[in-house]
Design a protein. Structure first.
Length: 788
């Protein structure tokens, strides 16, 4: 046993450096693991440690298997699944000893098995069972077990298969947040709440985090403020809730609210007319508190300077009252805030001409004109002269209301990543891939998109032309997936306005300021790389895997792994690509390019940032691709990669160009279904719309034999992964699946209805798609049919 254990350690290190050359160890490791955990084998019974057979070897084998994906051989894969199921089953058995050594060794094997299940992320049943097992540990008396359970569930929350199972433990996690004595466990509870948050539970989770924030340890308050701000922005169902949440955040933890947070709320208010009056009223009321944080004064000064006229009709918030309220805070504020308030005063001259003389008196005051701060003195002098010397028309032009901000990148998520590079963001996790820690991007642990996009600076607020632009902070070196969230339109939509004969002509949503403003900026195009003649091996198969998921491995060989994390909202999308060098040698002259087939011209806009030209051995570089869907399409762009491999090993899975130069081409995992938005409707509405879309051109149907086991839960998970909204209880046959959604493009919105009818006896499916546009019906039907 000692020799086998030592050999396992050696093989593990060898696999780290040359995974493909030692891939044959997978079947051997599974075989040995099966002999350890399966009771039918007796040759290892003498190597039990407190009733746990060979725990050290079992842990090493499980870690070794985490260096690879699921086994390709169905027999080996089935045997491994059996081993993992056995480990989970044994965890449910009563302990055979009260000794701590027994529980420690048993749990060590269990947690390593769960790590392997999470790493493979391919067996929905195992993922759900692992989640349920971890849920039992959430209330365990051992603090370490509670901590480990919370940490592992953060990773499970990022899996599309187990996310719903994790959400079932919401109340238990909230209780842990309120009652745990250990601060590290409470912090993991915060991370898990953040990871499991979505539109269905955002109100509750944000509320609980705000309550906890009032008594949270000072060391984690800034991080919590960023998390609350991100969740409120990303999952707001209406703008008034978002405004209330951010103002409450400033009230509770104003000292920890960074500029990025209050810049962001101002940008959203300016870009949304329907919330401007409410924001002005709410911030006016907040400023009346005796103790008002300076960040609240900044927000209040800016919003009242723009929209104070919307509440001036009430005598309780008349122009004079607004001015007096703001000026009462003036002497308590620092110089930057005073400068902002002076800008507000001069804006009041345009909004409220009746108090112009009062404001001029304020500006003439010696405290302003002779201020020791040159910036404040200059503002006072220039604002005063502006109000005295210019005509009413010129003054109105200079001081007019700020136009909607251009779509810029939110720096909140980037700041959180910089603050805590190993934390957890919804949809984002760190996975061990081929021995390299490849950072994914997206919605559970906050990992890096650092250096993925260049940041822009934030000018100091002065006049309308130089008020805060709310651009990404210069301290942020990360691209932010939040920025593509244009509006809360991702919430379930009332479908009645989207399904009808004039569907194809439905107007595109206006792009003048969603709650989560897009931040694509102006990235540069990737370096030109020659296009390989043929797709890389398994490129088509790997592409199809992304029809039902947004995150995963797009390509893997013995030398390189390419991970993808993507996020889509209405007609905008963003892909994060992670290129991992699995060798110990450097990749030189590393260039990538996107190639669009002619059919995509005018249908899909693509921009991408550049990547470093060298990738060191064992290192990873990142690249962000921004997408804008203009019209429906049926082909995918391709990604060409070229580099010089400086090592001594040839790469058989790539095309060789000029000896040492390697090149390959992959399909970018973007298809029209990625721009789905789920919608809900009643049974009556569904079948009513179904009949309306019944013309031959609007329906596409495919009857086919199932390629995978007919598992109802797995089919449901796959359909949810496509983005379509499943409608429970609508179809009279409970075995059938029906769904509805809206495909968003910049030029139109296409209503879609789906019906999947499985026949268990014949192992056949009938898939029917009806949309208002025939091409969309055909493309969606072809895509979905490959998944069952």
């Amino acid at each position: 046993m000692g020799v086998v254990t030592a050999a396992s350690s050696l093989i593990y290190d060898l696999c780290l450096k040359n995974p493909d050359e030692y891939k044959g160890c997978i079947s051997l490791a599974v075989s040995r693991l099966s002999r350890i955990v399966t009771s039918s084998y007796t040759d290892l019974q003498d190597y039990t440690y407190y009733f746990v057979p060979a725990p050290w070897l079992a842990v090493k084998l499980l870690r070794l298997l985490q260096l690879y994906g699921p086994p390709d051989d169905p027999a080996v894969r089935g045997r491994l699944t059996e081993c993992l199921e056995t480990i989970l089953n044994k965890a449910q058995e009563p302990p055979k000893s009260k000794k701590v050594q027994h529980s420690n060794s048993k749990n060590a094997v269990l947690f390593e098995a769960i790590n392997l299940i999470i790493h493979h992320d391919s067996e929905p049943n195992l993922l759900v069972r692992a989640c349920n097992q971890l849920g039992q540990f959430l209330q365990h008396r051992e603090t370490n077990l509670r901590y480990l359970a919370l940490e592992s569930m953060c990773l499970l929350a990022s899996s599309e298969f187990s996310r719903e199972a994790v959400k079932k433990h919401l109340e238990t996690v909230v209780t842990a947040l309120k009652t745990e004595r250990d601060v590290s466990v409470r912090q993991r509870a915060v991370d898990l709440l953040y990871a499991m948050c979505d539109r269905t539970n955002a109100d509750q989770i944000v509320g609980e985090m705000l309550i906890y924030l009032e008594k949270a340890d000072y060391s984690i308050r800034e991080e919590m403020v960023l998390k609350v701000a991100i969740l409120a922005e990303k999952y707001a169902s209406d703008y008034t809730w978002y405004v209330d949440t951010i103002l409450n955040l400033i009230r509770i933890a104003g000292d920890y609210v960074s500029e990025e947070v209050w810049y962001r709320v101002i940008q959203i208010v300016i870009n949304r007319e329907d919330v401007q009056g409410y924001a002005a009223k709410t911030v006016f009321e907040a400023l009346q508190a005796p103790a008002c944080h300076e960040n609240m004064v900044k927000v209040g000064g800016y919003i009242l300077g723009e929209f104070g006229n919307l509440i001036a009709g009430d005598k309780r918030s008349s122009p004079q009252v607004q001015l007096n309220l703001l000026h009462s805070k003036f002497h308590l504020c620092t110089a930057p805030t005073r400068g902002l308030l002076l800008s507000t005063y001069v804006k009041f001259i345009n909004l409220f001409p009746e108090i112009k003389h009062i404001i001029q008196d304020v500006l003439r005051n010696d405290n302003q004109l002779r201020n020791a701060d040159a910036e404040l003195q200059q503002r006072a002098v220039e604002y005063l002269q502006l109000s005295v010397c210019t005509s009413a028309d010129v003054l109105a032009t200079v001081l007019e209301e700020m136009p909607p901000f251009p779509e810029r990148e939110s720096s909140l998520l980037a700041k959180l990543k910089k603050k805590k590079p190993t934390a957890v963001v919804p949809g984002e996790e760190k996975k061990r891939m081929g021995g390299i820690e490849l950072n994914s991007i997206g919605e559970s642990s906050t990992d890096s998109l650092e250096s993925a996009a260049s940041a822009s600076s934030v000018p100091k607020p002065i006049l309308a032309s130089s008020m805060p632009t709310l651009a990404a902070s210069s301290s942020s070196g990360s691209a932010d997936l939040l920025g593509l969230m244009e509006s809360p339109a991702a919430a379930p939509t009332n479908a009645s306005s989207f399904f009808g004969d004039n569907m194809a002509a439905a107007p595109a949503p206006t792009n003048n300021g969603g709650l989560l403003v897009d931040m694509f900026g102006a990235p540069t195009t990737g370096s030109a790389a020659p296009v390989a003649n043929n797709l890389a091996p398994d490129a088509e198969e790997n592409f199809r895997k992304f029809i039902c998921k947004n995150n995963g491995v797009l390509y893997e060989s013995d030398q390189m792994q390419i991970g993808v994390k993507s996020e889509f909202q209405t007609y905008m999308g963003r892909l994060g690509l992670f290129y991992g060098n699995k060798t110990s040698y450097q990749f030189a002259n590393f260039v990538t390019s996107i190639n669009k087939p002619p059919s995509l011209e005018g249908k899909l806009n693509i921009t991408m940032d550049t990547v470093p030209t060298t990738v060191d051995g064992g290192a990873q570089v990142q690249q962000v691709i921004n997408l804008e869907c203009l019209d429906d399409f049926d082909e995918a762009p391709t990604l060409s990669i070229q580099y010089s491999f400086l090592g001594s090993t040839r790469i058989p899975s790539m095309n060789s160009v000029g000896g040492s130069v390697q090149s390959m081409t992959l399909k970018v995992p973007v298809m029209i279904s990625k721009f789905f938005q789920a919608t809900t409707m009643t049974s009556q509405d569904f079948f009513g719309r179904w009949k309306q879309l019944g013309s031959p051109g609007q329906e596409s149907q495919n009857i086919f034999e199932g390629q995978f086991p007919m598992d109802t839960a797995a089919n449901r998970t796959k359909l949810m992964g496509t983005g379509i909204g499943l409608l429970d209880g609508v179809d009279p046959n409970p075995e059938n699946f029906v769904g509805a959604g809206i495909v968003h493009t910049k030029t139109q919105q296409v209503g879609c209805l789906m019906r999947l009818e499985p026949n268990q006896q014949a192992r056949m499916y009938r898939l029917t798609l009806r949309t208002s546009k025939p091409d969309v019906s055909r493309v969606l039907c072809d895509l979905f049919a490959t998944q069952f």
